[in-house]
Ligand binder design. Structure first.
Ligand code: TXA
Ligand code: MG
Length: 339
C-alpha cells in the first residue's frame, strides 16, 4: 500500500480510529516507543504491518487495549495475578503473555497459543483504540532491525510512504519498549526488560525467572520464549562494542582505545574526554531513566555519520538499567568487553 503519509493532530481521535477500522496502518504514540498499529482482528491489516516493517513472519505481535476489561475478550484462563499487575502497572510499559482465545488471528500470534497484551500509557492512543472498538496490533514503528522510534519524526524516517498516517504525541517518556512477562509459566518469566523493572515485578509476583535471551546471545539451536529476542536488533550500520565496568573505568578504557573514525556513546559527564570524535551523551551515569529515553536516538544518530565503530558505556543492571543494558548489548550483538 502506498498512501501519502499525513500527520494528525493529537485531537484527531476519530480520524485515527477510522484509519484502523478500514484496515489501514497508523503510527501511534505510546509512553515507550512509537508503534505501527493496525486492527488486530483483521488478518489482512496485520499482514500489512509485516510488509511495511520487513518483519519475519514468525515474530508475533502484541495487542494494545484501552483497559484490563478487554482481557477476557481475547485471553483464556486469565490468572488473578494478571489483574493484580494491571491494577498496579496499567496503563503503563508492561506486556503480559496470556493464553489466547480463538478470536485472535494466527497472523498476530504467529501460530502460538499465547498472546501479548498491553495497555499503553498515552491518552490519545487509548482514546483511538476505544473509538475504533478493536484491539490494536502494534510492533515498534521501525524498519525491522533498526532502533525503535521515540518520536514521530524518527518513525517517519522509516515509514514515510508506507503508512496511512501518524499521530504525533510528542517524545516518548520511557524510551525503551515495554517489559514483557510471561504469565503462562511457573514461575512467571521476564522475556524482555523495560520500564516496569524486574524488582517491581518481583515485589508483586515473588520469584520471577529471567529468560537467558535478556542477558546473552542465544545459540543457533536455542529458542528464546519471545521470538523477537533472537533477531539482531537496534543495530546501527557501524559495529558497536559495549564497555562494562565502573563509569570512570569504562570512560578511561574507551579514551585509551579510541581511534580516528570511531564514535562514542557515553554518560554525559564524560563528553569532554572525546573531543574531536562524534559523541552521543545518553544522560548522567546515575540516571538510567534518562539513558532509556536517549539510547535509541543515540544509536540512530550514528547512521547519519560515517563512523566505522562505536564504543558504548553501559549502566549496571539495577532498575531500568537492565533494559538499557539489554538494548545496548543487543545493538552490539553482545560484543562486550570489561574495562
Ligand atoms: O513497548 C512496546 O511493547 C512497543 C509499543 C509499540 O507498544 N511494542 C513493541 O512491539 O515493542 P514489538 O513487536 O517490537 O516487540 C514485541 C515483542 C517481540 O520480541 C515478540 O517476539 C514478543 O514481543 N512477543 C509477541 N507475542 C509473544 C508471545 N505470544 N509470546 C512470547 N513473545 C511474544
Ligand atoms: Mg520491535
Amino acid at each position: 500500500m502506498s498512501v501519502k503519509t499525513e500527520k494528525f493532530r493529537p485531537d484527531q481521535v476519530a480520524e485515527g480510529a477510522a484509519v484502523l477500522r478500514r484496515g489501514g496502518l497508523l503510527g501511534i504514540p505510546t509512553e515507550t516507543v512509537y508503534g505501527l498499529g493496525a486492527n488486530g482482528l483483521d488478518p489482512e491489516a496485520v499482514a500489512r504491518i509485516f510488509a511495511a516493517k520487513g518483519r519475519p513472519q514468525d515474530n508475533p505481535l502484541i495487542l494494545h487495549v484501552p483497559s484490563a476489561d478487554w482481557l477476557e475478550r481475547y485471553c483464556a484462563d486469565v490468572p488473578g495475578v494478571a489483574y493484580t499487575l494491571a491494577g498496579r502497572f496499567w496503563p503503563g510499559p508492561l506486556t503480559m503473555i496470556l493464553k489466547r482465545k480463538p478470536a485472535v488471528p494466527d497472523r498476530v500470534t504467529a501460530g502460538l497459543d499465547t498472546v501479548g497484551m498491553r495497555c499503553p500509557d498515552h491518552m490519545v492512543t487509548r482514546a483511538i483504540i476505544a473509538a475504533a472498538g478493536v484491539p490494536v496490533a502494534a510492533p515498534s514503528g521501525n524498519t525491522s532491525g533498526r532502533p525503535s522510534p521515540t518520536s514521530a519524526a524518527d518513525m517517519l524516517e522509516d515509514m514515510d510512504g508506507k503508512i496511512d498516517g501518524i499521530v504525533d504525541g510528542g517524545p516518548c517518556s520511557v524510551g525503551v519498549e515495554s517489559t514483557i512477562v510471561d504469565l503462562t509459566v511457573t514461575p512467571p518469566r521476564l522475556l524482555r526488560p523495560g520500564g516496569v523493572t524486574l524488582e517491581e515485578l518481583e515485589a508483586v509476583l515473588g520469584e520471577v525467572a529471567v529468560d537467558p535471551a535478556v542477558r546473552r546471545q542465544m545459540g543457533e539451536d536455542e529458542h528464546p520464549r519471545a521470538p523477537g529476542m533472537k533477531y539482531r536488533h537496534y543495530a546501527p550500520k557501524a559495529p558497536v562494542t559495549v564497555v562494562k565496568g565502573a563509569p570512570a573505568d569504562a570512560a578511561r578504557y574507551i579514551r585509551r582505545h579510541l581511534s580516528e573514525g570511531e564514535g562514542v556513546i557515553c554518560f554525559t559527564e564524560f563528553v569532554p574526554l572525546y573531543a574531536g570524535h562524534p559523541v552521543e551523551p545518553i544522560g548522567p551515569a546515575d540516571d538510567p531513566a534518562e539513558q532509556a529515553r536517549r539510547v535509541f536516538d543515540a544509536l540512530r544518530y550514528f547512521d547519519e555519520t560515517d563512523v566505522e565503530h562505536i564504543w558504548a558505556m553501559c549502566p549496571d543492571e539495577a532498575g531500568i538499567g537492565l533494559a538499557v543494558a539489554n538494548r545496548l548489548n543487543k545493538a552490539a550483538g553482545f560484543h562486550i568487553v570489561e574495562a
